[in-house]
Design a binder for this molecule. Structure first.
Ligand SMILES: Cc1cc2nc3c(=O)[nH]c(=O)nc-3n(C[C@H](O)[C@H](O)[C@H](O)COP(=O)(O)OP(=O)(O)OC[C@H]3O[C@@H](n4cnc5c(N)ncnc54)[C@H](O)[C@@H]3O)c2cc1C
Length: 234
């Protein structure tokens, strides 16, 4: 039986003109690890015999449990799905459900450098990894984040600052060729761990470059179940 946690929106933060973070109350017994994604569902999703998929989305949790809140960061554009329309209309106090929460990309503490490669709002998945590292950097040599966002509305700029604290550095770029040039340069660290978050096309392009630079599949972390990860990495 899947445990469903109903909770309420306690705040909505406008990160940029098209991006919002929905801050949810933390239901009793709900726990997660850094890098976790969850299923976010709207009222009515389980009213029929089968779950109504149009009322469910995968979403990463951009907070850590010690922040005592569940943050979900997502694009809410003018042209938006029915799901986003309904989510946004809920406002503070609105009810949502969470279930099947799992992290495929916890922070690996193997005495190596960690490179976080993301596209757009994908950087939200990495926010808790970076916070976890800043809380405790044991067995992590350094973290470098590279994010591409053509909108130039870069997310979490205070945390992902160019010269961050304690071995954390970050950069944002707005064009693809500049982005892939940087990925090649980062792949000069042949022992680094490379985390990639974005669309499947973005994952495939990053994997192709990393592999051509001699990075091994076990050094590449994706927010996918092991079977899907393997399929992308062959
Ligand atoms: C493991 C995992 C983790 C994920 N984590 C996150 C996360 O943390 N944050 C996140 O945002 N997503 C995340 N996603 C993706 C998420 O599940 C959704 O697929 C994504 O947010 C798109 O949502 P949507 O389908 O409601 O469309 P929308 O975001 O509303 O729209 C998608 C695109 O279509 C356009 N569009 C929508 N409707 C119309 C229309 N009627 N006319 C014209 N254009 C339209 C929009 O402008 C937009 O460009 C994750 C996915 C996975 C698998």
């Amino acid at each position: 039986m899947v445990k469903i946690y109903w909770t309420k929106i306690k705040d909505v933060v406008e990160e940029s003109p098209e991006t919002k973070t929905y801050i949810l109350e933390c239901p009793e017994g709900f726990t997660w690890e850094e890098g976790a994604h969850t299923h976010l569902a709207l009222e009515g999703f389980n009213a029929g015999e089968k779950p109504d998929r149009s009322l469910i989305r995968h979403m990463s949790i951009c907070t850590l449990p010690d922040e005592k809140a569940i943050g979900i960061t997502t694009r809410v554009r003018e042209e938006r799905s029915e799901f986003k329309e309904r989510l946004d209309a809920l406002g503070i106090g609105g009810q949502v459900a969470l279930f099947k929460t799992h992290s495929n990309v916890p922070l690996k503490r193997e005495g190596k450098a960690v490179y976080l490669l993301s596209s757009g709002v994908g950087i939200a998945t990495f926010r808790p990894l970076v916070l976890d590292y800043l809380n405790n950097s044991d067995m992590v040599n350094k973290i470098h984040s590279l994010n591409i966002d053509s909108s130039k509305n870069y997310l979490f700029p205070d945390l992902f600052a160019p010269e961050g604290l304690n071995g954390l550095t970050s950069e944002f770029v707005d064009d693809r060729s500049g982005y892939y040039d940087r990925v090649k340069q980062l792949a000069e660290d042949k022992e680094g761990l490379f985390y990639v978050v974005g669309s499947d096309e973005f994952l495939s392009e990053n994997i192709a470059i990393l592999r051509s630079e001699g990075i091994r599949p076990e050094q590449i972390m994706l927010d996918k179940h092991e079977q899907s990860r393997q399929a992308l990495l062959v």
